[in-house]
Design a protein around this ligand. Structure first.
Ligand SMILES: [Zn+2]
Length: 354
C-alpha cells in the first residue's frame, strides 16, 4: 500500500503547508512545532524518556508520544506535535473551524494506532465509535449465545443483520478516524468505507424492524426489505465515487443518508393506514423508531452545519465538536433501535405464529 513503511524506517515530517513525509537517510523520525520550524529529535539513548507525556496549555495543545521501553532504541522513538489547521496538507483539511489539535500526517500504521491513546482533534471521534463498537459486539455475543426461550435460529439471523450493521458502521468509523492521517490514499479509502458503514447500519436497522412489523404479511415485507437493500446498495456505490468524498459534497453526503433513513417513513405510513395509530404506537415500537430517526436527523444536522464550532471557532477543537456529537447521536440511535426491535420481537413472539 502506498506510503506503508517498515517499523525500522524513519521519517522526517515537515509542518510547512506542503507537508509531505519524506524519508531521510539519517534514519530519524521527527516532527515540528507550531512555529513552523522543522525540529529533528535527537534521541539520547542513555536518557530515561517517559513513556508518555502530554502537555496542554490554554493556547496550545501539544502531544508527545514516545515509545514505552526500558531500553529505548533510537529507531523506536516516535514524536509528533499537534498542528494548526493552516499547517495541514490539503488532503488532511476537513473543518476549518477546528483550528488546533490536528495530528500531522503519520504515514505509519503503528503511529496511527498509537495516536488513539493521545489527545488530539480526532480522539473523541475515535473513542466514541470504538467504545460503541465494543459495546455492540458484546451485546451481539450475549444475544446470540444467550439462547432465550422462543429465540429461534431465524430470530437470531434477523437480529444479526442489525448487529452486523452496527458493528461494521462503528468499527469502520473508528478505523477511518484512526487512519485518516496516514496518507491521502488511506484517507480516501477509509472515508469511503466509513460511508459504506453508515449504510450497513441503516440497512441492518430496517431489516428486523420491517420483518417484525410485517411479520405475517409476506408481500410488503419483501417489498420494503428489497427497497431498503436497493437504496442502501445505491448509497454504497455513490459513496465509492471519488467525487463524493470532497468537502464541497458535505451537504450531499448528509442528504443521501438522511433520505435513506427517511425511507423508513413509508412502511410506517403503511402500518398507520392498515393497522391504525394505536397499534403502531403500542405494538410496533413506533416511539423508539421516531426517537432513533430524530437522533439521526439531529446528528446529521449538527454534522452538516458544523454546530457548535462554526459559531465558536477554536473552542471545540478537542471535545464536543459537531462530528463527535454526531457520533454520540449515532450510538444513542443504534441503542434506541435495539430496544425498539427487541420489544417488537418480544411482543410479536408472544402472539405466536401467523
Ligand atoms: Zn465519523
Amino acid at each position: 500500500m502506498e506510503n506503508s513503511r517498515n517499523e525500522g524506517e524513519r521519517l522526517t515530517i515537515s509542518s510547512s503547508n506542503d507537508t509531505v513525509p519524506r524519508e531521510e537517510p539519517n534514519h530519524e523520525e521527527s516532527v515540528t512545532n507550531k512555529s513552523n520550524a522543522t525540529t529533528n529529535v535527537e534521541p539520547n539513548i542513555s536518557a530515561q524518556i517517559p513513556s508518555s507525556s502530554i502537555e496542554i496549555t490554554e493556547n496550545e495543545v501539544e502531544t508527545v508520544v514516545e515509545e514505552e521501553s526500558t531500553f529505548i532504541e533510537p529507531a523506536k522513538i516516535k514524536r509528533w506535535v499537534v498542528q494548526h489547521y493552516e499547517k495541514l496538507p490539503t488532503w488532511l483539511r476537513d473543518n476549518e473551524f477546528i483550528i488546533t489539535g490536528h495530528r500531522p500526517p503519520l504515514p505509519s500504521i503503528r503511529s496511527c494506532l498509537k495516536s488513539i491513546f493521545s489527545i488530539h482533534s480526532e480522539t473523541g471521534n475515535i473513542w466514541t465509535h470504538l467504545l460503541g463498537c465494543i459495546a455492540f459486539f458484546i451485546l451481539a455475543v450475549w444475544f446470540l449465545i444467550e439462547a432465550k426461550e422462543g429465540t429461534n435460529l431465524q430470530e437470531k439471523i434477523i437480529f444479526s443483520f442489525f448487529f452486523a450493521g452496527a458493528i461494521l458502521c462503528l468499527g469502520l468509523s473508528f478505523a477511518f478516524h484512526t487512519f485518516i492521517c496516514h496518507s491521502p490514499t488511506a484517507s480516501k479509502i477509509f472515508s469511503k468505507l466509513d460511508y459504506a458503514g453508515i449504510t450497513t447500519l441503516i440497512i441492518g436497522s430496517f431489516i428486523p424492524y420491517i420483518y417484525y412489523c410485517f411479520y405475517c404479511r409476506l408481500e410488503p415485507k419483501i417489498i420494503y426489505i428489497s427497497m431498503i437493500c436497493i437504496f442502501g446498495l445505491a448509497a454504497i456505490i455513490v459513496s465509492m465515487l471519488d467525487k463524493f468524498s470532497e468537502i464541497a459534497f458535505r451537504p450531499v453526503r448528509a442528504g443521501v443518508f438522511l433520505a435513506m433513513g427517511l425511507s423508513g417513513v413509508l412502511p410506517a405510513f403503511h402500518l398507520m393506514y392498515t393497522d391504525g395509530w394505536d397499534v403502531l404506537i403500542n405494538e410496533m415500537s413506533f416511539i423508539p423508531l421516531v426517537i432513533m430517526a430524530l437522533l439521526y436527523i439531529f446528528g446529521a444536522l449538527l454534522y452538516g452545519f458544523r454546530i457548535p464550532e462554526k459559531y465558536f471557532p477554536g473552542r471545540f477543537d478537542l471535545w464536543f465538536q459537531s462530528h463527535q456529537l454526531f457520533h454520540i447521536c449515532v450510538v444513542c440511535a443504534a441503542f434506541t433501535h435495539y430496544y425498539g426491535i427487541h420489544r417488537l420481537a418480544h411482543l410479536r413472539l408472544l402472539e405466536g405464529k401467523c
